[in-house]
Design a protein around this ligand. Sequence first.
Ligand code: NI
Ligand code: MN
Length: 226
Amino acid sequence: MELTYTFHGHACFSLEADGTTLLFDPFLTGNPAAQVAAADLAADFILLSHGHFDHMPDAAAIAQRTGATVIGTLELATWVNGQGAANVHGMQPGGSFRFPFGRVKLTIAHHGSMLPDGSYGGVAVGFIVDIGGKRVYYTGDTALFLDMQLYGEEGIDLLILPIGDNFTMGPEDALRCVRFVRPKAVIPLHYSTWPPIAQDAAAFAAAVEATGVKCIVVGVEEPVTF
Ligand code: NI
Ligand code: MN
C-alpha cells in the first residue's frame, strides 16, 4: 500500500491511502502559505490537534461540505459539532479507536487549546495514526517531552513535527525528539509562516540526516509518497 503526504502550508496536511483522505489541522483561510482554498480540499476524516486559529478555522465548513468525520478531543469535537459539523468523534489522550482506515491514538502534547471564541478546547494533543500500512506520529504543537520515547517504542514510520520555535519545539528540541522517537522518516512543519517562527528547514533536515534518519522538507502542494 502507498501513503501520500500533501502539505497545505503551516501545519495543515493530508494523508491519503486506499482512497481515504485524512485532513489534519485545516488552516487555509488566512494562511499566508496556503495555495488552495478550503472549498477545494477533499476529506473523509478531519483530525484536529487543538483549538488555536492556525489549526482548525476551516474544519466545520469542510466537514459540512464533505460530510467528513471530525476527530479530536471530546471538548474540541463537541465545539466543532456546535459549529455545524454533523459527524464528530471525541477522544482523549491515551485513548485509541479503530476507524475504517486504521487505528488512531491521541497522544500527549504540551500546549494550549483555547478556541477563537474563548471556549475551552480541552487539552492539546497529537496523533499516532495507522494508515496505508504505515504508522505516522504527528506530534501537534508541543514542547519536547521525554515520554516521546514511549511513542517511539510503538515503531513509527513517519514523524511529523513542528520546528518553528516560540510556540512549539524549535529545531534543537525537534532534533532531540527525532532521537527519542527513532522514526524511519521525518517531515518538519509549523515554521516560517510568520517572522516569529522563521527557521532554516534545510539546515534542520541536514542535522536529522546526520543521525541516519531520512528527513524531507516538503513544498506546499507537492505530494510525497511513502
Ligand atoms: Ni497552537
Ligand atoms: Mn500552531
